[in-house]
Ligand binder design. Structure first.
Ligand SMILES: C[S@@+](CC[C@H](N)C(=O)[O-])C[C@H]1O[C@@H](n2cnc3c(N)ncnc32)[C@H](O)[C@@H]1O
Length: 173
């Protein structure tokens, strides 16, 4: 088999296998993400943004441009490699190669971005609820393309939805 064909097949296999974890790779538009944050949530130096499934790192780059720190969690090692390379000069961004459901948010997390898959949305929302409960403070969620059922929509800009996910109340014994 020719080398270029072998490389193509390996890359294809990585994308097919990692799509089993959740939403396939479809990048957000840089311009639209910027406009979405300007309209929905004022990102700034006070923020730590987590991008669940960070793809090629576009959203992390946008967070940097707003002065925010960010962490991308991405299961596809090729996309992790590409985003680490693209963001190599930014000290305030980090990309981790893993399944985001196995990741615990750092205490400073203020906002989560997700461009998921309709079928996964309720699982993703439950996961964010568990994280806010662990941290015991609310976290803003900017969801692209899918609404978070069971949560009050604060604001919408085109296909971007803003929510505030609060910790679940612990029952008194
Ligand atoms: C629709 S793309 C969005 C990429 C990026 N957030 C953006 O908006 O440009 C979804 C990304 O999530 C990744 N992904 C899906 N399920 C995942 C999981 N359970 N853990 C980590 N990454 C995941 C995919 O590999 C893909 O790159």
């Amino acid at each position: 088999m020719d080398l270029p064909i072998a490389i193509f097949l390996v890359v294809l296999l990585v994308f097919v296998l990692t799509a089993l974890f959740g939403a396939p790779y479809v990048p957000s538009s840089n311009k639209e993400v910027k406009k979405a944050f300007k309209n929905l949530y004022s990102l700034g130096r006070k923020d730590l943004l987590i991008d669940l499934g960070s793809g090629d790192g576009k959203v992390l780059k946008t967070a940097h441009e707003f002065g925010a720190k960010s962490i991308g969690i991405e299961v596809n090692p090729l996309l992790v490699w590409i985003s680490k390379f693209r963001l190599r000069k930014f000290k305030d961004t980090q990309v981790l190669c893993r399944d985001f459901y196995r990741y615990n948010f750092p205490a400073e997390t203020t906002v989560v971005y997700v461009f998921g898959d309709g079928r996964d949305m309720s699982r993703i929302v439950r996961y964010i609820e568990r994280q806010t409960t662990k941290l015991d403070h609310p976290i803003y969620l900017v969801s692209h393309a899918f609404e978070a059922e069971g949560h009050k929509l604060i604001k919408q800009y085109r296909a971007y939805f803003l929510y505030k996910i609060s910790p679940e109340k612990k029952e008194k014994k």
